[in-house]
Design a protein around this ligand. Structure first.
Ligand SMILES: C[S@@+](CC[C@H](N)C(=O)[O-])C[C@H]1O[C@@H](n2cnc3c(N)ncnc32)[C@H](O)[C@@H]1O
Ligand SMILES: [Zn+2]
Length: 412
């Protein structure tokens, strides 16, 4: 195989490591066994470069992925092989360096583009130009896995999955959830609760964009995604990705109290950004679930609106809620440093879903949003990397059965 010889030296070294460890190795063991120091980065990419030629199985064990060598791949099986060179070159030129799935570009986002089959060859897709497009490696990986996945969404409902959310997302079918709710860790380079978050900003942002792109695929066409984060992280996500991928994006603000000032030289940050991403103009929005009473109910226009059945106006785009102290029935059992007040999560979830709809909560944390979904009668799917949080949530779910009154209190 000529092209195998073109593989980077590091990929070939990784291949040797995999071959002598038939039981599988994780990325840390691979890193330790490699000789050069320049190879400390991009090992995922080096591993992916082996995929066209070798079958490398990936299996999740606890918090890490274990890679296993399973033999050589039949070259016919790999989807890139039969696209004529001139067609490939022309399509790449026409794409002008932009991924046709996520909209990121080679120049700004350091992605690598491939000509790819929309419907894989293994599922009957042909190599006509209608079935070809130019996408980046990350989108390709996600798409391939989504085709491989035969799992139905119902297998995932109302369960907490102790795994990397990126992996869970890849398993979920296209257009399968009504709402995506993301409260990712925002602590770039900050230490809290004994853990350190030291990702460089660029790496943090490129991971955030990949997460958002996979979320877009899994979200139903009439669904909404909410991305909660510090303003700067969300500003980058909005400009670098969301604007191209969504029909409409609106920003809301959660305003909270803060006892301590952050600096004697500037105002104290006491808000978070919430981006509301609507996939199409058919987005579901249940105004009556969240409406607030009109202030001036004697006004003639308002009287008319109320007569026509309006329950009030949509809330403003900013919401005030105090930070959660660990005193509520749920959160005092699960000590977590950054719980979103249920007043906020419940309003967001109610505004875009109805009972029995499915909410994908990307990062479970304390499970506060899971609790909200249960009380609102929404199905939920969630993941957290931390096995301790997952266990605590599972224990709570068993222990704390929601009472009829609790359900009825908040039943829209
Ligand atoms: C900001 S907290 C979520 C808090 C949550 N909104 C609440 O109210 O309790 C983020 C959580 O994501 C988890 N996490 C971080 N990276 C993850 C990943 N790649 N996959 C799954 N969970 C992850 C962390 O363990 C943490 O519990
Ligand atoms: Zn892409």
């Amino acid at each position: 195989m000529d092209s195998v010889r073109k593989l980077p030296k590091v990929s070939l070294e990784i291949l040797d490591i995999l071959k002598i460890n038939p039981g599988g190795v994780d990325i840390y063991a691979i890193r330790e066994s490699l000789s050069g120091s320049e190879v400390q980065q991009h090992l995922d990419r080096r591993l992916r470069e082996l995929d066209p030629f070798y079958i490398i199985e990936r299996e999740r064990k606890g918090k890490s992925t274990v890679y296993k060598y399973k033999g050589e791949r039949d070259p016919e099986e790999w989807p890139y092989t039969d696209i004529p060179k001139d067609v490939r070159a022309r399509l790449l030129e026409e794409a002008k360096g932009t991924c046709q799935m996520c909209g990121r570009t080679v120049s700004k986002d350091n992605i690598k583009l491939h000509v790819d089959h929309k419907t894989p060859k293994s599922l009957g897709g042909d190599s006509s130009e209608d079935n070809l497009w130019v996408i980046c490696s990350d989108c390709n990986e996600g798409k391939r896995n989504s085709f491989i996945s035969t799992d139905k969404i119902s297998n995932y409902l109302d369960k907490i999955h102790n795994k990397d959310i990126n992996e869970l997302l890849r398993e979920l079918p296209d257009n399968s959830v009504d709402c995506i709710y993301s409260d990712i860790d925002y602590n770039v380079g900050i230490k809290y609760s004994g853990k350190r978050y030291t990702k460089a900003f660029e790496k943090y942002m490129s991971d955030y964009i990949v997460l958002a792109a996979e979320s877009t695929r899994v979200l139903k066409d009439n669904g909404s995604a909410f991305f909660i984060n510090y303003p700067k992280n969300n500003a980058y996500l909005w400009v670098q990705y969301l604007d191209r991928a969504y029909y409409d994006v609106q920003e809301y603000v959660w305003v909270y109290n803060s006892n301590i000032g952050h600096s004697p030289r500037r105002f104290t940050t006491a808000h978070r950004s919430i981006l509301h991403c609507m996939k199409s103009k058919e987005n579901q929005f249940y105004k009556s679930n969240v409406a607030e009473p009109y202030v001036n109910q004697t006004d003639r226009r308002i009287r008319r609106l109320m007569k026509d059945g309006s329950k009030g106006r949509s809330p403003y785009s900013w919401f005030y809620a105090d930070m959660v102290k660990n005193v509520s029935k749920w959160s005092k059992k699960i000590d977590h440093p950054c719980v979103i007040p249920s007043k906020i999560s419940s309003m967001l979830i109610k505004s875009v879903t109805k009972p029995k709809d499915t909410v994908l909560i990307l990062f479970a944390g304390s499970g506060s949003e899971i609790d909200v979904c249960r009380k609102l009668g929404r199905h939920w799917i969630s993941a957290d990397l931390d096995s301790e949080y997952c266990e605590k949530i599972e224990r709570k779910l068993d222990e704390y059965i929601i009472t009829f009154e609790e359900k009825n209190n908040d039943s829209c």
